[in-house]
Design a binder for this molecule. Structure first.
Ligand code: AMP
Length: 374
C-alpha cells in the first residue's frame, strides 16, 4: 500500500484503551479524527474517537476500520497477526506488523536481541518441567519464569528461589511455554523511547528511570540522572538496531536493566514495546513533542517534532484505586490524566506528571505529591 499524499485526516487505531486515547488527543489540534476498533463497548478512547465494536480478528470489523481510515496503527502488541493481514492490502499499517510477532513472544524477542547484538539476561526457553529443571541447574536461583506470550504488568511470571519448586512454578504460570531468566541484580531500570519517521529519521527521547513494584510500573523519572554518554549510546544503539531492522515507522520503547554503576555501568535489554509506552507518558508535558504526537506524525507521514525535554519530569501511575477525593485538585502543579476506567486492583486507571525546572525542585514536588496523595 502506498503512503497517502495529502495530509491525513483520519487514522484508525487497533485497540481503544488509554494509549489510543492519548494518541487521539495528541493530534486533535491537527484536526485529525481517529476511529478505534475495540471489543469493549464504550472503551476509554471512545470519549473522543469513533468506535467500531468488534473483535481484533473479525475481518468485517477490520475492513470497516480500514475503510474509514487513511492509515492504521495500533496501541498494543497483542493484535493478532491475521488482523494486520486483513488491513495490509487495504491501507498502510504502521509500525511494521512483523515487529508484533517478536514482541508477542519473549523467546522470539530475545532471539531478535541476540541477532542484533544487543546484550540480554541469561535465559532459556522452557517447554515443560524437565527443561525447567535443567535450566534451573544451569542458571541457578533466584530465577524468573515468564510465560512466552500474553504476559503483562507482572502477570504470568513467578520468582523461583529454589530449584525444588520447579513443578509448582510451572503450574503457577499455567503450564504453558515460557522462558527462564536468570535474576538480574540490577542497579536500576531504564528505558528509551524513540520514534522513526517514514523517511527513516530517528528521534530519541532522553532515557527514563523506572521503578516497578509487583511487576507494575509505578514511577518514571526523566531525563534519568547520572547516565554516562556510553549508556545513552548503548540504549540508542539498541533502539536504532530494532527500528531499522523492521523499517519501523512510529514510536518504540526498549526496557533495560542497568548493571553496575559509574564507568563500569552497562545495560541488558529486557523487552521491547512496539508502540507508545508507559515509561514515555511524561513526554506529554515534559518534552517538546510527546511520544504520542510523534507516533502519529510518523504514521501519517509527517516530519517529527523535537524530542528534547522541557525541564525534569516524573510520571506517577495511579493504580487500583481513585486517589482520595480532593487530593489531586489541591495540587494544581500535577498534570492529571484519568483514563475513565473503573478502579480494580492492579489496574492502571490514570497517571500524573510533575514537571520542574531542576532535579531538586522536581524531588521536592514529588515528595509533596506523595504526601498529598497519601
Ligand atoms: P517484565 O514483564 O519482563 O517487564 O518484568 C516486569 C518487572 O519484573 C521488571 O520491570 C523487573 O522489575 C522485574 N524483572 C523481570 N525480569 C527480571 C530479571 N531477569 N531479573 C530481575 N528482575 C526482573
Amino acid at each position: 500500500m502506498s503512503e497517502p499524499l495529502a495530509p491525513v485526516e483520519r487514522v484508525g487505531i487497533l485497540g481503544g484503551g488509554q494509549l489510543a486515547l492519548m494518541l487521539a488527543q495528541s493530534v486533535q489540534k491537527l484536526g485529525v479524527r481517529c476511529t478505534v476498533l475495540d471489543p469493549s463497548e464504550n472503551c476509554c478512547a471512545s470519549t473522543i474517537c469513533d468506535q467500531i465494536v468488534g473483535a481484533y480478528d473479525d475481518p468485517e470489523a477490520l475492513r470497516q476500520l480500514a475503510e474509514c481510515s487513511e492509515v492504521v496503527t495500533y496501541e498494543f502488541e497483542n493484535v493478532p497477526a491475521a488482523a494486520a493481514e486483513v488491513i495490509r492490502p487495504l491501507r498502510p499499517i504502521h509500525p511494521n506488523p512483523d515487529a508484533l510477532g517478536y514482541a508477542q513472544d519473549r523467546h522470539h524477542e530475545r532471539t531478535m536481541f541476540r541477532e542484533l547484538d544487543i546484550a540480554i539476561p541469561n535465559y532459556r526457553a522452557i517447554d515443560d518441567v524437565e527443561t525447567l529443571q535443567d535450566a534451573l541447574e544451569e542458571l541457578g536461583t533466584p530465577a524468573i519464569l515468564k510465560v512466552r506470550t500474553l504476559g503483562y504488568d507482572g502477570k504470568g511470571q513467578v520468582l523461583i528461589n529454589d530449584a525444588k519448586n520447579a513443578a509448582e512454578a510451572f503450574a503457577t504460570i499455567g503450564t504453558v511455554p515460557a522462558i527462564l531468566d536468570q535474576f538480574v541484580e540490577f542497579t536500576r531500570e531504564l528505558s528509551i523511547v524513540a520514534t522513526r519517521s517514514t523517511h527513516g529519521d530517528i528521534l530519541y527521547y532522553p532515557l527514563s528511570e523506572n521503578v516497578h513494584r509487583g511487576g507494575i510500573l509505578r514511577v518514571s523519572k526523566a531525563p534519568a540522572r547520572d547516565v554516562s554518554e556510553r549508556l545513552v549510546e548503548q540504549a540508542r544503539h539498541a533502539a536504532r538496531q530494532i527500528l531499522n531492522r523492521f523499517d519501523y515507522v512510529g514510536t518504540l520503547a526498549v526496557e533495560f536493566f542497568q548493571i553496575g554503576s559509574g564507568e563500569s555501568a552497562t545495560l541488558v535489554a529486557n523487552e521491547i514495546a512496539p508502540r507508545v509506552h508507559n515509561t514515555g507518558h511524561w513526554t506529554i508535558e515534559g518534552a517538546q513533542t510527546s511520544q504520542f504526537e510523534n507516533h502519529m506524525r510518523a504514521v501519517m507521514g509527517m516530519e517529527l517534532g523535537s524530542a528534547d525535554p522541557i525541564g525534569c519530569s516524573a510520571m506517577v501511575n495511579i493504580i487500583g484505586d481513585e486517589p482520595r477525593k480532593g487530593a489531586l485538585e489541591s495540587m494544581p502543579e500535577a498534570h492529571v490524566h484519568m483514563y475513565g476506567k473503573a478502579p480494580r486492583a492492579g489496574r492502571k486507571i490514570g497517571h500524573v506528571t510533575l514537571n520542574a525546572p531542576s532535579e531538586g525542585e522536581l524531588d521536592a514536588l514529588l515528595e509533596r505529591f506523595t504526601r498529598v496523595i497519601g
